[in-house]
Write a new protein. Structure first.
Length: 288
């Protein structure tokens, strides 16, 4: 399986553990990464300011991928939704597609719509598959109770097609079960991490973060797993501040799903970037 890895901005500048675990785990599961030079931002931060620019930036990245004759893997859920929304728009609006291609022509690029856009959830569950993952499990996670946090963009907006079901996302839980972990439903599963509010309403953002982590902790989960660098940033790096905001002492280990897959495969935690996580991951003996 060949994929162009589109890392996005946050994974390369802050969330290094995600990229390390992606590059360490997925090749061992049969994924070959094709590198592309010249990527730009997906455009998502500009969506509320200039939608045409957002479409252009996403289309430009997709056009670079198409030149390689591959599909694209976007681990960041926000990047994935931006690229997916662009593809949905241009594939269903020939006039806009011509307009965007007119802009891309300056770099001798063209968007055709030939590349599929996948995320960590559907890459692991739908492309690689549970059976293949199970074959690589060498050190099962021994029934640790893990709260799966799909995040907003993995399940919404459903009309453009998302990696998991918007009402009852189960793919992360099924992957966790294969790893030997003990996934469990909880009422706050679909609650937002708070990241979209961080710039304009930081206290409200941290309140949402803290409230969700507090409920997870109260329900005796051993860890939270994420598949989005923004969600991970809120639950991991901002956990202490979120706890102060809701007047709670929070001590919840937060790991990327790819880090948990790697640990279950018996891979070195340092090669998975676990030491870069800022939440108390040392509470999980599986990390040692």
């Amino acid at each position: 399986m060949k994929y162009v890895l589109y890392p996005g901005c946050l994974m390369q500048t802050e969330q290094y553990g995600y990229e390390l675990s992606v590059r360490e785990v997925l090749p061992k599961l049969g994924v070959e990464f094709v590198e592309v030079n010249g990527f730009s931002c997906c455009g998502s931060p500009l969506k509320s300011v200039n939608q045409l620019m957002t479409l252009y930036l996403s289309a430009r990245n997709l056009a670079l991928v198409e030149k390689q004759g591959c599909d694209v893997y976007a681990p960041c859920a926000e990047c994935h939704v931006s690229l997916s929304l662009c593809k949905h728009t241009l594939d269903n609006n020939e006039e806009m597609k011509k307009r965007i291609n007119g802009l891309l022509a300056e770099e001798e690029l063209v968007y055709t719509g030939s590349s599929e856009v996948v995320h960590t959830v559907d890459l692991l569950y739908d492309k690689i598959g549970l059976d293949a993952i199970a074959e690589h499990v060498k050190k099962p996670l021994k029934d640790i109770k893990v709260a799966a946090h799909p995040g907003c963009y993995v399940v919404r907006p459903s009309e453009i097609g998302r990696p998991d079901d918007s009402e009852n996302p189960q793919k992360m839980d099924k992957i966790l079960k294969v790893l030997g972990a003990k996934p469990s439903e909880y009422p706050e599963k679909l609650d937002c991490c708070g990241a979209p509010l961080l710039v304009n309403l930081p206290e409200s953002a941290l309140t949402k973060t803290g409230q969700k982590l507090q409920r997870i902790q109260e329900q005796a989960f051993d860890a939270v797993t994420t598949v989005c660098p923004w969600c991970h940033k809120m639950f991991d790096a901002r956990q202490q501040k979120a706890g102060e905001t809701v007047a709670a002492k929070l001590e919840v280990p937060v790991l990327y799903l790819t880090q948990l897959v790697g640990l279950a495969m018996g891979l070195d935690a340092s090669k998975l970037g676990v030491q870069l996580n800022l939440s108390p991951v040392e509470k999980l003996k599986e990390v040692a």
